[in-house]
Write a protein that binds this ligand. Structure first.
Ligand SMILES: *[C@@H]1O[C@H](CO)[C@@H](O)[C@H](O)[C@H]1NC(C)=O
Ligand SMILES: *[C@@H]1O[C@H](CO)[C@@H](O)[C@H](O)[C@H]1NC(C)=O
Ligand SMILES: *[C@@H]1O[C@H](CO)[C@@H](O)[C@H](O)[C@H]1NC(C)=O
Ligand SMILES: *[C@@H]1O[C@H](CO)[C@@H](O)[C@H](O)[C@H]1NC(C)=O
Ligand SMILES: *[C@@H]1O[C@H](CO)[C@@H](O)[C@H](O)[C@H]1NC(C)=O
Ligand SMILES: *[C@@H]1O[C@H](CO)[C@@H](O)[C@H](O)[C@H]1NC(C)=O
Ligand SMILES: *[C@@H]1O[C@H](CO)[C@@H](O)[C@H](O)[C@H]1NC(C)=O
Length: 764
């Protein structure tokens, strides 16, 4: 039986590892069971459904979650033998063992130019996200944090039906409108398992959920800082007028499928407009993927779904959460860095990063001996693994530690510093390996430290070789805004396409800020042994991951939903993707972690531009039913029925190949069996949502390659009405049969708008 791990997609400086138990024949374990009612039978109420679900089970105490909105079925504890019996019962469709997933910002609103005059016209500051409810599926929330103050917030819209489950105390307000938990307390007796009293509290004792929720929709908080760094004008979420609801589905270590499904079910039933998820596991077929199943149910009910792409980059096809009904978000840098500069005894210096910046009054004169334990022969000493420096002479020295871990052993960055400190080291230089390239993190280290890029790491190592007594110092220069290194640029960890599950859909969809993001945190971070008292005021933290970029996009979706309440999830996604930036702030193409131009498998449509996304000119829209035709192109009727949560007969459905879905990006995959004398034809339909009733758009194709010709017919789209729809074809003539990828874009250009779709063409 396959078992995989789901987790929050934070690029953990902390330890996050969970063992996945294997399921034996007589052992009780949790399964998600999909069932379909007999034909003609209507289950009108939640009680009807609960009673029907219980009829499958040997006793009441087995039910863990009953699903009502986005899945037809339940989660229950049972043995393999009981499951075999259950699977013979009428109405049974399929069962999957529960799996666990991993949980995978002051300056960002300015970096996203939400403070610019144009953006203020698009989204007046008193309206940013007004009337929109964002449901966060995460590790919980700390309701008392000032980022969730409801000062000046109106009550949530009347459709809101959510709950606030902080032990009866009235802690929710007009900003944090709801909080529920789907984690069953380890103390609960199973016979009471579906009652909410037996769930752990929705309070966040990890930090992740508080951080993501405040990124998406946190209130304005003056003077946000971490250890004195990062001070922006004020901390604010992307959509500070939006309401937030927390659905706790993750513990400190992992998130279970069955709980995520219950969380999405509740968020949809409660009336959320947007679901934001910063978690994921492995790539798997959609019929085995609870997140894909649940979120299709959400999108069918008009709810927008934002999700992180994963932190497994830069390897190809590492992207997860790939279903076309989700907005899949990659992570990139911004133009702020928190300099912690390494100066070598030979006078060379390198800018690294650390948010812990001890005062450096005497630093300019004092150099420390520099050591690298890699040659000591002790296991993991080059990585500064726990215990690996014991017995080595590092006392009073600056220790070089390689970034990253080895398979099977996770050594978080902050732990490496703690290891150096406990061995008596004076400081740490954390050195990138080649795949990490130029991506560096400003962590809350416990000792003077600097995280340097791979180029600096190579130079430091050759210096070490060149002299008998190498020395170095670490100088702290504080927060630098408008940093000259290219921004945005892709983070090494951001997961890459092409999508394993759907080659006809380009994934990830978009990139947003996900490196060194400052946002709310439940408690003070940093070295416990600093002499100076903790700075007063609200607590924040700077962390990185696609977990951090996804809630930025949830905030942007809230801005658009607030401005255009009648737009479908597909239209909002189109607006975000077709207006994305493909150039960085210096006007050059967005680079990757190696400082070479990033491809579409890293960036998707590009870097989000919230202001333009509010007024895209044209949108590529879709009906939720189109996804069923698309799924019938991938799977058989039985598997499609599981995803659709109702019986689907694919022979009676118009099949839509992936490349023909009306998606805002274009992906064409030529297989080896392609008839090379025929072109690939892609059809799209656009709707005029611009202000001007009559407008002409001209096609421009940016694909420069001798092995392929891309034509667009017609080359002109003349709209005479608002909301008018026009269709066109993109014809791709291959001229060669050999493995390669050609990428570019199609732009529809009017006097006012540019509507850009990335095009990716691959030859098997
Ligand atoms: C479980 O019970 C123990 C002992 O009574 C208690 O300390 C702990 O807080 C409980 N855990 C939860 C999640 O309620
Ligand atoms: C379930 O909970 C109710 C009230 O919370 C309690 O009265 C009942 O005894 C519990 N049942 C079991 C089997 O623990
Ligand atoms: C490091 O190792 C020691 C001894 O093996 C253990 O007690 C400690 O918990 C470990 N620390 C971490 C952070 O893993
Ligand atoms: C440093 O010296 C060691 C051993 O002589 C060698 O393996 C390594 O490649 C050298 N590193 C650099 C960066 O020159
Ligand atoms: C540390 O020293 C450097 C160079 O001497 C100086 O530029 C910087 O402002 C100092 N930083 C702090 C935080 O004092
Ligand atoms: C459908 O699902 C079954 C497992 O239930 C799998 O073995 C089969 O390959 C799937 N079929 C298709 C066409 O995906
Ligand atoms: C390939 O396409 C051409 C043009 O449509 C057609 O004439 C030819 O028969 C096709 N070849 C095969 C092997 O299907």
């Amino acid at each position: 039986m396959g078992s995989s791990k789901l987790s929050l997609l934070l690029l953990a400086p902390f330890l996050l590892l969970a063992a996945v138990p294997l399921v034996a024949g007589d052992e009780l374990s949790t399964f998600i069971v999909h069932v379909h009612p007999r034909e003609g039978r209507v289950l009108a109420t939640a009680e009807d459904r609960n009673a029907w679900y219980r009829s499958f089970l040997p006793d009441d105490g087995r039910l863990v979650h009953a699903y009502h909105h986005v899945a037809s079925g339940f989660a229950a504890r049972m043995t393999r033998r009981e499951l075999d019996a259950l699977s013979a019962m009428p109405g049974f469709v399929s069962a999957v063992p529960d799996q666990t997933y991993e949980l995978h910002t002051t300056h960002t609103p300015q970096f996203l130019r939400l403070e610019s005059l144009d953006a203020k016209r698009t989204y007046p500051s008193h309206e940013r996200g007004a009337g929109v409810i964002i449901g966060m599926l995460d590790s919980g929330i700390v309701p008392s944090h000032p980022s969730f103050s409801d000062h000046g917030m109106p009550p949530p819209p009347a459709r809101w039906k959510g709950r606030c489950d902080f032990n009866g105390r009235r802690v929710c307000n007009n900003k944090l409108v709801g909080a529920r938990s789907f984690i069953t307390s380890p103390n609960a007796t199973r016979s009471n398992s579906s009652s909410s009293e037996l769930r752990v509290s929705p309070v966040d004792d990890e930090g992740h959920g508080t951080h993501t929720a405040s990124t998406a929709a946190g209130a304005v908080v003056a003077g946000a800082q971490v250890l004195g760094q990062g001070k922006g004008v004020a901390a604010t979420g992307i959509a500070p007028r939006a309401h937030v609801a927390m659905y706790k589905v993750c513990t400190e270590t992992s998130c279970a499928d069955s709980d995520i499904l219950a969380g999405v079910d509740a968020a949809v039933g409660d009336g959320c407009d947007i679901i934001s998820m910063s978690l994921g596991g492995d790539s798997k077929p959609f019929y085995e993927d609870s997140i894909a199943i649940a979120t299709l149910g959400a999108v069918e009910k008009g709810v927008f779904v934002t999700i992180s792409a994963g932190n497994s980059g830069p390897d190809a096809s590492s992207v997860v959460n790939e279903a076309p009904w989700m907005l899949t978000v990659a992570a990139s840098t911004m133009d702020r860095s928190i300099h912690s500069t390494v100066r070598l005894g030979n006078g060379f210096f390198f800018h690294g990063e650390s948010v812990y910046q001890p005062s450096n009054v005497s630093a300019s004169t004092l150099y420390y001996p520099l050591v690298y334990a890699g040659g000591s022969g002790k296991p993991y000493a080059e990585l500064c693994g726990n215990g690996s420096l014991d017995g080595l002479d590092v006392r009073g020295k600056i220790v070089l530690c390689e970034a990253g871990s080895e398979p099977g052993i996770l050594i978080p960055r902050i732990l490496k510093g703690a290891v150096v400190q406990s061995a008596g080291g004076a400081g740490m230089i954390l050195m990138n390996k080649f795949p990490h390239g130029y991506t560096t993190f400003a962590d809350a280290h416990v000792l003077p430290a600097s995280h340097v890029d791979y180029a600096a790491a190579s130079a430091i190592k050759s210096y070490l070789n060149s002299t008998a007594s190498p020395t170095a110092q670490i100088v702290f220069e504080g927060t630098i805004l408008g940093d000259t290194s290219p921004a945005p640029s892709m983070a090494f960890f951001s997961s890459r396409g092409p999508s394993l599950q759907n080659p006809g859909i380009l994934k990830p969809d978009i990139t947003g800020p996900g490196v060194n993001v400052l946002a709310a945190w439940p408690f003070q971070v940093g070295p416990p042994n600093v002499a100076s008292p903790p700075l007063p005021g609200p607590t924040f933290n700077i962390i990185s991951g696609t977990s951090m970029s996804a809630p930025h996009l949830s905030g942007v979706a809230a801005l658009i939903k607030s401005k255009h309440p009648d737009w479908s999830p597909a239209a909002i996604k189109s607006a975000i993707m077709t207006t994305a930036e493909v150039m960085d702030r210096s006007g050059d193409p967005i680079l990757n972690e190696q400082r070479v131009p990033a491809d579409l498998f890293a960036t998707g449509a590009g870097h989000v531009n919230p202001e333009k996304a509010g007024d895209p000119g044209l949108v590529y829209d879709m009906a939720a039913s189109d996804y069923i035709g698309y799924l019938c192109g991938l799977y058989d009727s039985k598997n499609v029925s599981v995803i659709a949560r109702r019986p689907v007969d694919c022979t009676a459905v118009e099949v839509i190949p992936g490349s023909m879905l009306n998606y805002p990006s274009i992906s064409v995959a030529f297989t080896q069996t392609w008839n090379w004398s025929t072109p690939a034809i892609v059809e799209r339909t656009v709707r005029n949502v611009g202000e001007v009733p009559s407008v002409v758009y001209y096609a421009a194709v940016d694909v420069a390659d001798d092995d392929v010709t891309v034509g667009v017919y017609p080359r002109e789209l003349a709209f005479t009405q608002v909301n008018q729809e026009l269709s066109f074809r993109v014809i791709v003539w291959p001229r060669q049969n050999g493995p390669k990828v050609v990428q570019g874009a199609l732009r529809w250009v009017s006097d006012t708008y540019t509507v850009r779709s990335p095009i990716s063409i691959s030859f098997a």
